[in-house]
Design a binder for this molecule. Structure first.
Ligand SMILES: [Zn+2]
Length: 260
């Protein structure tokens, strides 16, 4: 089963008594155990686009006991963000989103180290953002940022969980550089996108966020099969799921020359 080893995994790392109690209900799961918890505790996850999707991913990864979360998101909170961005506060409108998200996560689980970075992903900062991450979660709403992340993760050989939605449709996959299709295998250049023509319901972004967090936890701990080489497409209106194969392209401008 595919899983990632957190870099610098310390074989003698031991959970504290508080950690054993806090996470006892998941430690008892088959294929998880104390070693799974140790792996989560030694992992760093970069989450980009800390909104209705990424913010809720962060919440469930903090609940699971991921050791460090790096949150990258520019901009200040708007009133129309509050139908889905559950880490925010009503009285925080006009303030930086990522700082409110970090504050909520620290209150929820002081065990998880949270590093907020009040920046959008750019061509200039992306290599620095992904450096040191065990896993990257792409939850941005902007295809340019998604492609920069894709390229940086492929180059650094860091797994990227790719999560996206549109209306009542959601999709999820995991990109393992050199092994599975990357974003440019599917489309060499970012598709056109109108960010204003994009309705979203909080329960839809939240549902996809939980599945995304689960994918990250599986990837790190090995507690279940991941969506490598497979695109899961959910219709949340009809509550149906289709799984589609994603094929790596040997002429991909990003990963075509990358050896497994
Ligand atoms: Zn590719």
């Amino acid at each position: 089963m595919v899983q990632v080893e957190p870099s610098g995994l310390d074989a003698v790392f031991a959970l504290t008594d508080d950690q054993r109690e806090r996470y006892s209900r998941q430690i008892q799961l088959p294929d998880f155990g104390e070693f799974g918890q140790q792996k989560l505790a030694q992992s760093t996850v970069l989450i980009t686009g800390v909104g209705g999707l990424g913010g809720t991913v962060a919440l469930y990864l903090a609940a699971a006991g991921v050791g460090k979360l790096v949150l990258a998101r520019g901009g200040t909170l708007r009133l129309d963000d509050l139908n889905r961005q559950v880490l925010m506060r009503h009285d925080g409108v006009g303030e930086l989103r990522v700082l409110q998200a970090a504050e909520s996560l620290r209150r929820f689980n002081p065990d998880t180290l949270v590093e907020p970075i009040a920046e959008y992903v750019t061509a200039d900062n992306v290599a620095g953002l992904v450096a040191g991450a065990t896993v990257v979660v792409d939850a941005t709403h902007n295809f340019e940022e998604r492609y920069w992340l894709n390229d940086a993760c492929v180059q650094a050989r860091i797994p990227m969980v790719e999560s996206a939605m549109d209306g009542m449709e959601a999709q999820l996959t995991t990109i393992l550089p050199g092994t599975t299709a990357c974003l440019r295998c599917r489309s060499a250049t970012p598709p056109p996108w109108d960010r204003r023509n994009f309705g979203v319901l909080g329960a839809v972004s939240g549902a996809l966020a939980c599945l995304t967090a689960l994918e990250v936890i599986k990837l790190i701990t090995g507690c279940g099969p991941i969506l490598s080489g497979t695109l899961a497409r959910f219709d949340l209106a009809e509550l149906t799921l289709r799984k589609l194969p994603l094929l790596r392209q040997s002429d991909c401008p990003c990963c075509g020359a990358l050896a497994p």
